[in-house]
Design a protein around this ligand. Structure first.
Ligand code: CA
Length: 327
């Protein structure tokens, strides 16, 4: 029996279609746009603080190269774990970029301009306090959707990031499955460890989401048996959307993969990533961003989506629900 849930909108790194990802400004905007959950990617600093940043490197979204030119490792990268929180908070955050001929090139050129205004990196606690503060001042109950990044890397640096994240969650009152939090991770060994060992040890029980990438390591999980095994420790999956609808689908002839049914049959919720409105990245089988949402929410039947465009997604669901009587 498939559980029926209200379809949810997860603000992927905040309102990242409009403001630099993972800044408090992007989070406040996504909150105001009506997100059900705000996403946090979490990495650890040298002084063991948990910060909200997508990579365990600093170089793709900050000016670290200008401020601390010599602090890279042999591979040329600047690692969060090599910097204290105080050092990291001296950096400016911008839209995601890559380097070309000595120049910064924005990954999404039509989004917030590079190098404008002044944005900073904040801690996980700062962001929870923003969400909980807004929940108080608005009377809404928006959730959080934290992701533990690179647990194996953190372990190799002598740090247990999962335990540190759980401590923060518990301190802020997130400790039951009924609380407004989903905890996500790409590493199935770590997620199982969280479920089997850490949560019981800490007197907690949270909704867990196994993220899935379209790579061969994840293939064994995609069968009916794989989903049943995952359901022993996870409550949901967060797959790449291309794992649900094949990109070679054409309009009106969608190739929906067996993963959808396998996950739902196993009782898992499905929250695919990442929904973006930029025309050049909308798959050929969808006519528009709204059509893409229609396909995933109502033909594939997913339970929620990660989106850079909370406003468009919330409005789409509102329009769709008009005229449908609610209990
Ligand atoms: Ca993430």
């Amino acid at each position: 029996m498939i559980k029926q849930h209200k379809k949810i909108v997860i603000a992927h790194r905040g309102a990242s279609g409009y403001l630099p990802e993972h800044t408090l400004a992007a989070k406040a905007m996504a909150y105001a746009m009506g997100a059900d959950y705000l996403e946090q990617d979490l990495v650890m600093t040298r002084d063991k603080k948990i910060i909200v940043l997508h990579d365990h490197h600093l170089d793709a979204v900050t000016n670290v190269k200008d401020i601390f030119p010599d602090r890279h490792r042999k591979d040329g990268r600047y690692y969060v774990i090599d910097f204290t929180l105080a050092e990291i908070q001296t950096l400016s955050v911008s839209e995601r970029f890559h380097w070309k001929d000595g120049k910064k090139i924005a990954v999404f050129p039509n989004r917030f301009p590079l190098g404008k205004s002044d944005f900073k990196i904040h801690t996980f606690e700062d962001e929870i306090e923003l969400v909980q503060g807004l929940n108080t001042s608005t009377g809404r109950n928006v959730g959080i959707y934290p992701e533990i990044k690179s647990p194996a890397f953190h372990k190799s640096e002598g740090q247990d990031i999962s335990r540190a994240v759980l401590k923060v969650l518990k301190a802020y009152g997130y400790s039951r499955k009924s609380d407004r939090v989903y905890l996500q991770c790409f590493d199935p060994v770590e997620l199982k460890h969280i479920h089997d060992d850490l949560l019981p040890e800490m007197g907690m029980d949270l909704k867990l989401v196994q993220l899935l990438e379209y790579t061969k390591e994840y293939m064994p999980f995609l069968s009916q048996k794989g989903m049943k095994d995952l359901a022993k420790f996870a409550d949901g999956i967060g797959p790449d959307k291309d794992m649900l609808v094949l990109t070679q689908s054409s309009p009106g002839a969608l190739q929906i993969t067996p993963l959808v049914k396998a996950a739902h049959d196993a009782g898992l919720e499905i929250h695919p990533y990442t929904f973006r409105r930029e025309k050049e990245i909308i798959p050929a089988y969808a006519k528009s961003y709204a059509d893409l949402l229609d396909i995933f929410f109502f033909q594939v039947g997913v339970d929620g989506v990660f989106t850079d465009f909370t406003d468009l997604t919330v409005n789409f669901l509102k329009e769709k629900n008009k005229g449908i009587p609610t209990k």
